[in-house]
Design a protein around this ligand. Sequence first.
Ligand code: ADP
Ligand code: MG
Length: 265
Amino acid sequence: MAQSSPSGPAVAFDAVTKRYPGGTVAVDGVSIEIAGGSFVALVGSSGSGKSTLLKMINRLIEPSEGCTRIAGADVAAEHAPMLRRKIGYVFQNIGLFPHMTVSENIAIGLRLAGIPHDAARVDELLDLVDLPRDFATRLPEALSGGQRQRVGVARALATAPGLMLMDEPFGALDPVTRDQLGHAIRALHDRLGLTTIMVTHDMAEALILADRVLVMDAGRIVADETPRALLGGKGGPVAQALVAIPRDQAARMRALAAESTGKSA
Ligand code: ADP
Ligand code: MG
């Protein structure tokens, strides 16, 4: 398929700081390298700077200091609209245009960029996100929340970007849909050879989906570990406090299950 690229680009933050007017230091001297083709989760509590850091990749936010590089090139040197064509971006409540069909919503980026496309390309993108092709003529209001997010993913993939940025992409979804979509995204990542950076406040989701987990706290990266290492107790107190949440839930579920088996026996 024309979609596939062998491996997404590497991404690097080089001493990146973002100071908002008013003085909030949202991102505080972050330096990190993300290998091409990896799936990285960026985890942290609300306000820790995750979205700000992510948006300094596609230049929705410009850093106060430092620079962001994609495949070694400073993003500031590139015309922002050209840059964004090479970067897929999915966020919570993706914001489909309500009066446009699914097909038009998917193709909007291509149309704005003047890239020729046809119904076959839309079909291909619908296939990619496991939506029936006859959804092309529907309006967003005729879709479930999960289906809308899938359209959002198809739209983000339309220009065949090598890099996918996702900011709480499943935030507004029920747990079952969230889980299904998470697995679908990971499968797409593997199949298309993307570099994926996914912001989430949910450590369980990060541990299940990512190759590498970065933990942010007050604008800094305080842990950089594999899921296995985090589960093995590494990463420091902030990371371990986040890992403790799903772990404690799992333990309580096991205790409940044992209790109910005990009672029924
Ligand atoms: P997260 O995505 O982890 O919740 P954000 O990157 O959205 O965190 O925000 C980090 C910090 O920067 C927060 O304290 C937030 O209030 C502040 N902030 C975010 N956007 C702006 C803005 N446009 N102007 C001023 N402060 C902002
Ligand atoms: Mg955010």
